[in-house]
Design a protein around this ligand. Structure first.
Ligand SMILES: [Zn+2]
Length: 229
């Protein structure tokens, strides 16, 4: 059987430098998941703290940490290669923990049981685009889990779940296009890797329900905007 990963990736390309999405070679200009999340006021990213020098440094460090750890996960999931990290404070320790968790995931969701682990999957939907961090998918069991890597002290699980729910809807669109049927979401998870908070979170039914409600609100706004174009 052909790997689902190959089918999912067909005809979609993202340029890592410019973050532009291409479908069959044509550039797509649709908003991203992180953009449409902010259609709801409670999820607008407040970067006003970065107006001070100290705040700016905190923001730059946070972005660097996020980029480094995402790259480490991506490279490891793709080729089981351990990427070296910089000498920035705490990165080595965070990297070790992250790789330990990824190793555990590949043991728990293993190939013999039909699992595929896909990292950095870009998707182009009718209305928006997005790239998820980790997809665990099993075509025999008809199950999948969507995971995200975060590097914050206190992850906002409701916000995380909204983001992951928006990926789920993109993925469902994609499943339809490529005739993969009856896939069921098992759960969402967040691997949070920070100096003072390292934890893997799975989402409660209640958090998921609220996220679905917020997703529908975002879709209404998207539809209104598209109508007014
Ligand atoms: Zn680093």
């Amino acid at each position: 059987m052909e790997k689902i990963e190959n089918i999912l990736r067909q005809e979609i390309f993202i340029d890592e430098e410019s973050h532009k999405y291409y479908l069959k070679g044509v550039e797509i200009n649709r908003p991203s998941v992180s953009t449409i999340m902010q259609y709801l006021p409670q999820y607008v990213f407040d970067d006003s703290f970065a107006e001070t020098q100290e705040g700016k440094e905190i923001l730059v460090n946070a972005i660097t940490r996020g980029l480094h750890l995402h790259k480490i996960a991506e490279v490891w999931l793709k080729d089981r290669q351990e990427r070296t990290c910089c000498n920035l404070y705490g990165h080595l320790e965070m990297k070790r923990w992250l790789l330990k968790i990824l190793q555990k995931i590949t043991n728990d969701y293993n190939e013999e049981d039909g699992w595929e682990i896909i990292s950095e999957l870009s998707m182009v939907g009718e209305r928006y685009v997005g790239t998820l961090d980790i997809l665990l998918i099993n075509n025999k069991r008809k199950q999948y889990l969507i995971g995200d890597i975060k590097t914050t002290r206190h992850p906002d699980l409701q916000k995380e779940t909204l983001q992951l729910t928006l990926y789920k809807h993109l993925l469902e669109e994609r499943f339809k296009q490529i005739n993969i049927n009856d896939m069921k979401l098992n759960n969402y998870f967040v691997i949070n890797c920070n100096k003072i908070n390292k934890e893997v979170y799975f989402m409660s039914e209640n958090i998921q329900k609220i996220a679905e409600k917020h997703t529908l609100e975002i879709f209404e706004i998207l539809n209104l905007r598209n109508k007014n174009l």
